[in-house]
Design a protein around this ligand. Structure first.
Ligand SMILES: NC(=O)c1ccc[n+]([C@@H]2O[C@H](COP(=O)([O-])OP(=O)(O)OC[C@H]3O[C@@H](n4cnc5c(N)ncnc54)[C@H](O)[C@@H]3O)[C@@H](O)[C@H]2O)c1
Length: 335
């Protein structure tokens, strides 16, 4: 049996609790031992996410204790697995403490707020021989996984151009508004744009060169535009903005131009446009948060590794994102 504890019980903590409970009922060899960040009374509030709603009301809490100090939880309960969904600036300290105390750790994206913090997390995992997975959840999305397959198998020829975009109203939904402070969240680049940076890294690898521009009209680091250059001629751009008005709906867009077709993911739906036809690609409807949790538990409990879950791969994503921030800041200082 593997026990798990959830640290940070906001939007993502609740979502992970929901899918883990579903898995626990299916597998029978994992169980919820403790939660840090809520009380038994507040526990059952439901929460809506972008991709449907999860309800924590039916989660089995018969073996669960509640804490408000994650160190006390880890020391007293000694769970096998920690799911950390804390505000970003706390990712490193929770993960390192948990790994040093012998836990396997799933930690939400973005990995951490500085390159050194990311390295500390990876070193702690290696030193303690524990699993560390970072929640770059879009790698588990069926549409992006299909696109990755097209790229790897050259189904439509080689890609020569790609563009990514992600737009949101101003995020004011986190506890105490920590997300709007770049010192705590990394701003739009580390919080939202990092999803596209991770896809770019996963699809095409680390670019040979990049240049980046950011804006700060409504809040610091609210938008970014980056060009990524690859020595083989591939050219990629990505655009993200979270300073939009409250009525603006969340939107994401990804387009890869191959020699023989254009593949586009618009708000989650994948279409392939050849010279002759537009093909709406049918895909399974499982939530990527569910697939992500399944992959982590399969890795820890069953030793099933998969390409998506290496923290080292996500570390390259973070290096690209930090380079974007550094490039944009250096450019601003020149002006
Ligand atoms: N994978 C995704 O698509 C996705 C989506 C949203 C958020 N996230 C990530 O998940 C993380 C959490 O985001 P969120 O939206 O759930 O934020 P949130 O503000 O809703 O939740 C954070 C929780 O941590 C708790 N917390 C803060 N400090 C604490 C402490 N010292 N001890 C115990 N609990 C503490 C807060 O009370 C809150 O319940 C962030 O890093 C964010 O980037 C990922």
């Amino acid at each position: 049996m593997y026990s798990y504890a959830i640290i940070g019980f906001g939007a993502l903590g609740r979502s992970h609790a929901f899918y883990l409970d579903k898995m626990s009922k299916k597998r029978g060899d994992i169980y919820l031992k403790a939660i840090c960040g809520t009380t038994a009374e507040e526990f059952s509030k439901s929460i809506s996410l972008n991709l449907g709603s999860v309800n924590t009301a039916d989660i089995d809490i018969k073996n669960c204790s509640f804490y408000d100090d994650y160190k006390e939880l880890i020391e007293k309960e000694k769970p096998d697995i920690i799911i950390s969904a804390m505000p970003t600036f706390l990712h490193k300290e929770v993960a390192v403490f948990a790994l040093n105390n012998g836990c396997h750790v799933f930690s939400e994206k973005p990995m951490a707020i500085t390159p050194e913090a990311c390295e500390n997390m990876m070193n702690a995992a290696e030193k303690n021989n524990r699993r560390l997975m970072i929640g770059q959840c879009l790698r588990f999305d069926a549409a992006y996984a299909k696109l990755k397959e097209y790229i790897d198998k050259e189904t439509w020829g080689k890609p020569y151009r790609a563009e990514f975009a992600r737009y949101s109203k101003m995020p004011r939904w986190t506890v105490n508004n920590w997300i709007l402070d770049p010192a705590q969240s990394g701003g739009c680049i580390l919080d939202m744009h990092v999803h596209d940076v991770d896809l770019i890294n996963w699809f095409f690898g680390v670019p040979d060169r990049l240049d980046s521009v950011v804006t700060h009209a409504k809040c610091e680091l609210e938008s970014v535009f980056t060009r990524y250059y690859y020595d083989d001629g591939l050219f990629v751009t990505a655009n993200a903005d979270w300073s939009l008005t409250d009525t603006y709906p969340f939107k994401s867009h990804c387009m890869v131009n191959f020699e023989k077709a254009v593949a586009e993911i618009l708000n989650g739906a994948l279409t392939v446009y050849t010279e002759d036809e537009a093909i709406a690609v049918k895909l399974p409807e499982t939530s990527y948060f569910e697939k992500e949790m399944e992959s982590f538990i399969n890795w820890v409990a069953d030793g099933i590794e998969c390409d998506e879950i290496s923290a080292k791969s996500v570390y390259n994503t973070m290096k690209i994102a930090f380079e974007e921030i550094n490039f944009a800041k250096a450019k601003e200082q020149q002006v």
